[in-house]
Write a protein that binds this ligand. Sequence first.
Ligand code: DGY
Length: 323
Amino acid sequence: MKIFVTAEILPQGIEELKNAGHQVEVWNQSHQIPYEQLLQKAKDFDALITMLSDQIDRNFLEVNKHLKVITNYAVGHNNIDSKAATELGIAIGNTPDVLTEATADLALSLLLNVSRQITHAQKQIEAGHWTKWGAMDYLGHSLRGKTLGIFGAGRIGRCFATTCARAFSMNILYCARSPKTDFENELGAKRVEFKELLEQSDVVSVHCDLNDSTKELFNAESFSLMKPSSIFINTARGGVHNESDLISALSNSKIWGAGLDVTNPEPMSANSPLLTIPTVAVSPHIGSATITARNAMSSIVAQNILKAFEQKELIGDVNKLYS
Ligand code: DGY
């Protein structure tokens, strides 16, 4: 079988596919493969390994309904119309579990960074402004004993909450479609309505999927309900927040700070006003970017493809959400 990979990935999975006797071609240009080019290219392949930045919509799938499987090199799969794929009989895979800790750890990195203004402080050194020690400079917020509100209590949200509860004795609130009894018993986490989460949390962290119900849910109205001292963290999908509303909320002191691994749109413009706000830290969607996580993801996408070829259940089986 022929497999096309839309970007260079760590080689473990590619070796696994080759060892199983399949042909693998990798897009090795420095720019992302354009939509139209991928749509044409896919006609010659049996399976694709796609990145979260590739748009795989209904049109793409209808043109390429011969594909046996498409597996995203990510846990999120909002870039793929999986409902259409399921209707067309194309298997869709993702990479759950193996990037949970990496992404939760990045949320913590952003939170610590923002709460102590580390990125801003470094920029000040680089600009030559560290001329004396300042007793009033870079005052931040302690996390100890504060309240963390998790929006979306899936694997990553719960992992992040567990670390924050254990490391900083934070109280945990969460919003989720259904109660998570284990999570509540383990951490004393309390399930609340969205409004209560916003009003009571010192830190609000997003860990949900991007879908019609979460699109730009964090907007002017939501930010206005948060505490003026609060920090907003998003390591899920940029589309869950309205970025101009976030800029206004920060500029008008509706909230204190923000840590973003995902932006709306992506990539973020180098001219974004967010990059000039001292209490903001931004990373370029690197939640899963540890060697451990990316090696495991490489192996899982290969296994997803091998399983699909054998008509077995994928490790990350996205179709089951739509069948
Ligand atoms: C994913 O894999 O969907 C995440 O965005 C990791 O950062």
